[in-house]
Design a protein around this ligand. Structure first.
Ligand code: FAD
Length: 317
């Protein structure tokens, strides 16, 4: 079943969990351990993030250093397939265009089709550590909407080089991202919403939000989306706070504002353990309110926070 069918047919709020592939050299068992724990909440689908390679500097024994290109978390395609086969749960690998050539993306789509993975989340991806030359070359897409056109073409049997092939029996279905507090690069909310509308008009069946902590911001965003004609489900992204320095990091890096009552509680925390307790309490309240407002699903970001996600899910499931 595709994600959109799960969302539309679910009799209660559909839960989904977003997990990261393990760091290079680590076992897939780490991923399974996270999922095993969360299975009791009947996840309707599981997202697997995608990560481009980064340029890093490695220290050498002689005191000099070497520039290396490292993909810290490879394996999104394989992990998606492994999860779908092991658990029988719809897997949703993220496909990003930053750091991946159009050709590499095409090969990933071919692999996913062969593996029977037919749901995707299409994203631009982060810039962090990317070689600037690789960001401007024609070999790469610039925006998620460009990547979307490639997937739409692929679905009707048109390759990146313009040649035709026999289209997949099961075309890819997909969702895309949106930002209740505006994407950091968007000059204004109108502009961001215009591109969100384009994503939906061109085939995104649902949108998933960036994390937010103030539900009113989400509700205002939904109202604006509906005014602009964006009618698809907009799944709220929930991430529990687990470190006390997230008080400063989240607004700076993710542009997610923390409401004053939450910020106030975090200021009082002396340790990360204290912050985790605050994060769980806030997450429970936030999710209860979202469910009461009839959200179509909850997308939990589990990175570094799977224990907190478990504690929240246990209270609200
Ligand atoms: P876009 O939709 O391309 O938007 C980027 C900016 O460009 C916005 O300001 C938008 O308004 C504007 N824009 C959009 N289309 C156009 C256009 N055609 N012309 C001009 N401007 C345009 N990152 C990863 O690296 N890996 C992941 O797995 C990952 N998973 C994520 C999951 C979710 C649910 C979310 C919300 C984010 C995720 N990210 C991930 C981060 C994401 O890649 C970044 O937020 C990125 O900066 C923007 O991605 P996007 O798909 O929204 O980009």
């Amino acid at each position: 079943m595709h994600v959109i069918e799960h969302i539309n047919s679910s009799t209660k709020t559909a839960f989904s969990f977003e997990i990261l592939p393990p760091l290079k050299g680590n076992s897939i068992r780490k991923v399974y351990a996270v999922i095993d724990k969360l299975l009791e909440f009947d996840p309707k689908y599981i997202n697997i993030t995608s990560h481009h390679s980064e340029y890093l500097f490695r220290d050498l024994p002689d005191g000099s250093f070497r520039k290396v290109n490292l993909r810290k978390r490879p394996g999104s395609v394989a992990i998606a397939s492994a999860i779908q086969n092991k658990y029988g749960i719809t897997a949703v690998p993220h496909i990003i265009c930053k750091g991946f050539t159009k050709e590499e993306t095409e090969y990933a789509l071919i692999d996913l089709n062969f593996l029977g993975v037919h749901d995707l989340l299409l994203l631009r991806g982060d810039d962090k550590g990317l070689d600037p030359a690789r960001q401007t070359s024609d070999e790469y897409h610039r925006y998620a909407t460009d990547l979307q056109q490639q997937v739409n073409n692929f679905n009707v049997g048109i390759s990146v080089d313009g040649t035709s092939f026999e289209a997949n029996e099961t075309p890819f279905a997909y969702g895309m991202a949106c930002y209740p507090e505006k994407h950091e690069e968007a000059p204004n909310m109108e502009s961001d919403l215009r591109f969100a509308l384009r994503k939906v008009r061109d085939g995104a069946q649902y949108l998933v939000t960036q994390m937010f902590f103030d539900n009113d911001k989400y509700y205002e965003f939904i109202a604006r989306c509906r005014q602009e004609g964006i009618a698809v489900p907009i799944i709220p992204g929930v991430k529990p706070i687990v470190f006390k320095d997230q008080l400063h990091v989240l607004p700076r890096v993710f542009r997610s504002e923390l409401p004053e009552p939450l910020a106030d509680e975090l200021r009082k925390c002396r340790t990360d353990d204290d912050a985790r307790l605050v994060g769980v309490e806030w997450g429970i309240r936030q999710c209860r309110d979202l469910i009461a407002h009839g959200v179509p699903g909850l997308h939990f970001y589990t990175f570094m926070a799977s224990d907190s996600v478990y504690k929240i899910a246990r209270e609200i499931y």
